[in-house]
Design a binder for this molecule. Structure first.
Ligand SMILES: CC(C)(COP(=O)(O)OP(=O)(O)OC[C@H]1O[C@@H](n2cnc3c(N)ncnc32)[C@H](O)[C@@H]1OP(=O)(O)O)[C@@H](O)C(=O)NCCC(=O)NCCS
Length: 331
């Protein structure tokens, strides 16, 4: 059999990555019993964002000069995750996937990452077996909670809370304010989980024109931020959906509302911003340990539209500070 060579991913791998992703996932959906499923074609913008996130930690598998698989990685300070990971179906079961994930893992571990894992499909028993055999444990389910804004079916947050809160977008800030805001993003990330740093995500989102970062204040005190994607992910997608991929809130001083109340106020303001900007739907990714967030979104008319399972290496689990909110999407 021809040798398989593992090497860091390159920008020019983009088309082949998109193709392998489609073929490998359609095949996996078929195995999961979804016979006629289609995988949407990822936009060039999203693909460039994915490939550019952490090329040093993302690997490709090559056989006779052609790409047969890849493992993309993303790093936010001391936290990192891998995905998507895919190998062309005829080359599966030969140890290529394992070599790819082990290459990313080794590079990330050697360079100071202390939290590391993946998010995968709970119904894909092969993936659960694959990551389990690599030493990962089940951390939690993560939900996509979605709603459209055509129907007026939400419960309003108390005006008093909203009156004390304000949001500001990074895109509307001056250069100087933006630099300061990026510093605040680092400060809040670290307050929620020591070593975590979302600055690279904030910069990449802006750089690729994928969306915005929204900072939330309670009585002029910075409480948290959200990184939202406003551009379509697939070529077939109708524009208009805002994806709240990351949302952090820290606990403020004693007289301030708790983080669940701050979340409620923040989401109301984010929804108002969504309406003002002309978008008409939102998807929020929620790790299920944030029960207060889930319940707030249910009250506001969101419904669960997708679930993934988060897995982390036994010695590299997430360790967020209590009394904080940390919504994130490892995808
Ligand atoms: C998941 C995937 C990347 C694994 O790649 P691969 O090259 O087939 O995996 P490997 O050959 O390295 O196998 C590593 C381990 O995975 C498990 N595995 C692989 N194929 C399997 C199968 N058909 N059934 C059950 N477990 C399997 C085994 O535990 C194996 O370890 P072992 O060889 O020591 O028994 C590949 O199957 C794939 O592309 N799937 C579709 C896309 C996907 O689901 N990606 C993961 C979610 S992000």
């Amino acid at each position: 059999m021809a040798r398989t060579h593992i090497r860091p991913i390159r920008e020019e791998d983009a088309d082949r990555v998109r193709r392998i992703l489609q073929v490998a996932f359609v095949d996996e959906y078929r195995r999961m019993g979804q016979k006629n499923s289609r995988i949407p074609t990822m936009t060039d913008r999203l693909l460039a964002f994915y490939l550019g996130r952490a090329p040093r930690y993302s690997f490709a598998a090559e056989r006779r000069g052609g790409l047969i698989g890849f493992c993309l990685a993303c790093r936010w300070g001391s936290t990192a995750w891998m995905g998507p990971v895919a190998v062309l179906p005829p080359a599966q079961g030969e140890g290529v996937g394992k070599r790819l994930v082990e290459a990313s893992t080794a590079e990330l571990r050697e360079n100071g990452v202390i939290t590391l894992g993946v998010e995968t499909m709970p119904r894909s028993y092969r993936s659960l077996q694959f990551y389990s055999s690599l030493g990962m444990n089940f951390a939690c389910l993560t939900l996509d909670m979605s709603r459209t804004f055509r129907r007026k079916n939400h419960v309003k947050a108390s005006t008093e809370l909203i009156d004390d809160m304000e949001i500001r977008t990074l895109g509307a800030m001056s250069r100087q304010e933006r630099v300061q805001a990026e510093g605040s993003v680092a400060e809040i990330s670290d307050a929620v989980s020591p070593g975590l740093d979302y600055r690279s995500e904030v910069k990449a989102t802006l750089h690729h024109g994928l969306g915005e970062t929204i900072l939330a204040y309670w009585k002029d005190r910075l409480a948290g931020f959200a990184v939202v994607h406003t551009e379509p992910y697939a070529k077939e997608e109708i524009p208009g959906t805002v994806r709240v991929n990351i949302l952090l809130l820290r606990s403020l001083e004693e007289e301030a509302p708790g983080v669940d109340r701050l979340f409620e106020g923040m989401i109301v303001l984010v929804e108002q911003w969504i309406g003002k900007e002309g978008y008409d739907a939102a998807i929020v990714r929620v790790p299920v340990r944030y029960v207060g967030v889930r319940d707030c979104l249910l009250r506001r008319g969101y419904s669960i539209s997708h679930s993934d399972v988060r897995m982390t290496y036994a010695d590299m689990a997430e360790a967020d500070r209590p009394g904080t909110v940390h919504l994130s999407k490892w995808e």
